[in-house]
Design a protein around this ligand. Structure first.
Ligand code: GCU
Length: 663
């Protein structure tokens, strides 16, 4: 058992053997009192995983300093909570379920020596939100345009090869262990764009999906499937997918019955409907509550969930039409449906109103649906943030979203909104690459996602310290300092050299890597910057623009509406302004465009130098891979700087006041 736990041909990420040393040295023991409550078969498997973890620490003769105790009383405060007591250097972790115990065990591993050396303590731990999911945009087959993993930058899928589920799933089990160690509890295993081949996962391939579920189960991670709204027609042979049609409803009920029969702890379905060509209820004149509730009815008897995505907009917009605003779409479609969704429906809302840009305001949908179970959707895979060629630590960006207060300082935060029965979903950045994530430093993003979903109040820079301690055990101060220098501010660095002041996109169409300022300007996708010789930006005000600012509650609807109060970093998201408009920072928009692009590249040059000064302190394979990626980041950042600066010099005719070379 232990050999599959420590897959040797892949990078151990945050679970190298050395991370377990502080626990192994002191010994750990698992205590399952006779008659202890067991919450079902899957719980026993988690207990087995925990047993294997303890066994893998090796034999210990003395008095163990870590006691992992399944309490007899059953889950007290929720299945995943645990209690940690420290008395004179001896730790007791107690939980009412083996899932809670597993979280407690990895909590101790994460703390390392510090877990044992602190003062006496008695603490309770529980996740902030029930749902902490990763979505894999993996295809079974290799898609001719998107490849095997849509927006994947770390090789092929860890689940599928040669047109089927992989024979050897030991890597999936190792992945489950990594996820459990950061508190992730659900994984959707196929792309939200469901092609014909993936649609069959729900029918012909259930046995294979069950094998994947079995690989995740010991670590307490549940499997979900993305399904197509048209499945009753495409795989069921019906004439319609109308959610109010009784045959269609019966088909979904039977489909759900079959899934749960094969996989009793199956999590549920993820649905992208009426979005970017995916089928949905609009074709039948029904709304998204009709669609989602039909699926809710099918999963309800099994305790399952329907993750219904709010990413619905018109992707065939006429660029000449300045009144339609893609940013408005999710709110316009979903806010009126608040209160109509069944209890099993989780509305999954992207963090911004557009599409995972480096900077967007927080989606107003999150503040508009108090009677709906909401999940915040983040993108760990770096589609628009450097595609795992650029070192961009996203923990800081996500933390900003989580701390943002839609109703002003005295009101709830986004983290509060999704806490409790709702939660988090994020697009995974993992593939079959040796480092899991292509860029070794992109592992920090996966780590941070899990940790923030468990506890959104964590400081993202502290999370980096945890990740450094685990991934580079015994890291010397110089390495720690170097990694912080490279990563802490890397999200802002990326923002500095790409699309300015929140305007977004300017990426190459299709693959979305590298600059193309007008790449999307005259397309149907609804992502425009409207630059002309006088100015740039999108007027989303109520006074003269698309009215999007009106989707926010007070105070933000007015803060964003007014040029006086709109934050600089979102200026061009909300306003169309002349190039000579003076920012709160005191500089003009055009000069900011030049200054920030040059500063961005200088910062990347500094990242390269910093890496060279610490590369000797990490294993050579990591050193080489990061060096290679940083060289590409510098090339790409320079290209961004030159294209964006040149574009705006040509449009505006206003030279750089520092006289730097702009082409
Ligand atoms: C982005 C991405 C697509 C993806 C979509 C989604 O638009 O480019 O590849 O399918 O998001 O979230 O569904």
């Amino acid at each position: 058992m232990t050999t599959t736990l420590h897959a040797t041909d892949v990078h151990p990420a945050w679970l190298p053997d050395a991370a377990f040393e502080p626990v192994a040295r002191r010994g750990a023991v698992l205590v399952v009192p006779d008659g202890a409550a067991r919450a079902g078969v899957d719980t026993d498997e988690v207990l087995d995983a925990l047993g294997a973890e303890i066994d893998a620490l090796g034999p210990y003769d003395g008095e163990p300093a870590l006691l992992l105790e399944l309490s007899g009383g059953g889950p007290v405060e929720g299945e995943e909570s645990f209690r940690l007591r420290r008395e004179r250097g001896r730790l007791t972790v107690t939980a009412g379920s083996s899932r809670g115990l597993l979280h407690g065990f990895f909590h101790v591993v994460r703390l390392g020596d510090a877990a044992f050396t602190g003062p006496d303590a008695d603490e309770s731990h529980a996740p902030a939100a029930a749902l902490r999911m990763l979505d894999h945009w993996d295809n079974v087959d290799v898609h001719p345009v998107m490849g095997q993993v849509e927006r994947g930058y770390a090789g092929g899928s860890i689940f599928y090869a040669d047109g089927r589920v992989r024979e050897d799933l030991s890597r999936v089990r190792a992945y489950a262990r990594l996820l459990a160690a950061v508190g992730i509890d659900r994984v959707a295993i196929n792309n939200v764009n469901v092609h014909a081949r993936e649609a069959r996962l729900l029918t012909d391939d259930l046995g294979e999906v069950a094998r994947i579920a079995a690989a995740f189960r010991p670590y307490g991670v549940r499997v979900h499937l993305s399904v197509s709204f048209a499945a009753p027609m495409t795989v069921g042979g019906l004439e319609t997918s109308d959610p109010l049609d009784e045959d269609v409803r019966a088909w979904w009920r039977a489909a759900a019955d079959r899934v749960w029969e094969a996989i009793p702890d199956f999590g549920g379905f993820v649905v992208k409907a009426d979005s970017e060509g995916q089928p949905g209820p609009f074709a039948y004149g029904r709304d998204h509550a009709d669609g989602a509730n039909m699926l809710a009815e099918a999963v309800a008897p099994h305790g399952g969930l329907v993750h219904w995505r709010a990413f619905v907009y018109d992707h065939t917009q006429d660029w000449r039409d300045r009144s339609t605003d893609r940013a408005r779409a999710a709110y316009d479609h979903f806010a009126p449906l608040d209160g109509r969704f069944a209890a099993e429906v989780v509305l999954q809302v992207k963090h911004g109103p557009l599409d995972f840009q480096v900077r967007e305001p927080v989606s107003p949908v999150l503040a508009a649906m108090p009677a709906t179970r909401l999940a915040l959707e983040l993108q760990v895979t770096q589609e628009y943030t450097g595609q795992q060629k650029h070192a961009v630590y996203l923990g800081t960006a996500w933390s900003e979203v989580l701390r943002w207060r839609p109703w002003g300082d005295a009101g709830a935060s986004v983290a509060d909104v999704v806490a409790g029965a709702g939660g988090f979903a994020a697009v995974s950045n993992v593939g079959d690459d040796r480092f899991w994530t292509g860029h070794p430093l992109a592992q920090a993003n996966l780590y941070a996602y899990g940790r923030l979903a468990w506890d959104p109040a964590l400081d993202p820079v502290d999370i980096l310290d945890e990740w450094i301690d685990l991934t580079f055990p015994g890291a010397p101060d110089a390495l720690r300092a170097g990694l912080h220098l490279i990563l802490d501010d890397s999200w802002r660095t990326y923002e500095l050299y790409t699309a300015p002041l929140g305007v977004g996109f300017m990426v190459r169409p299709g693959h979305h890597y590298g600059p193309d300022v007008d790449g999307y300007e005259y397309t149907p996708w609804g992502t425009y910057h409207f630059a002309d010789r006088d100015g740039v930006g999108v007027d989303r005000t109520r006074a003269t623009g698309t009215g999007y600012t009106g989707q926010y509650p007070e105070p933000w609807r007015d803060v964003y509406e007014s040029l006086e109060t709109c934050p600089d970093e979102l200026l061009l998201f909300f306003h169309h302004v002349p190039y000579t408009h003076v920012l709160h920072s005191g500089t003009t928009v055009i000069q900011h465009v030049y200054d920030s692009r040059f500063e961005g590249v200088e910062r990347v040059e500094r990242m390269v130098r910093t890496w060279e000064s610490v590369a000797d302190l990490v294993p050579v394979d990591v050193a080489v891979r990061v060096r290679e990626r940083l060289a590409e980041q510098l090339r790409s950042a320079t290209e961004w700087r030159d294209q964006v600066s040149t574009y705006f010099l040509r449009k505006s005719g206003i030279p750089d006041e520092h006289g730097r070379t702009i082409y």
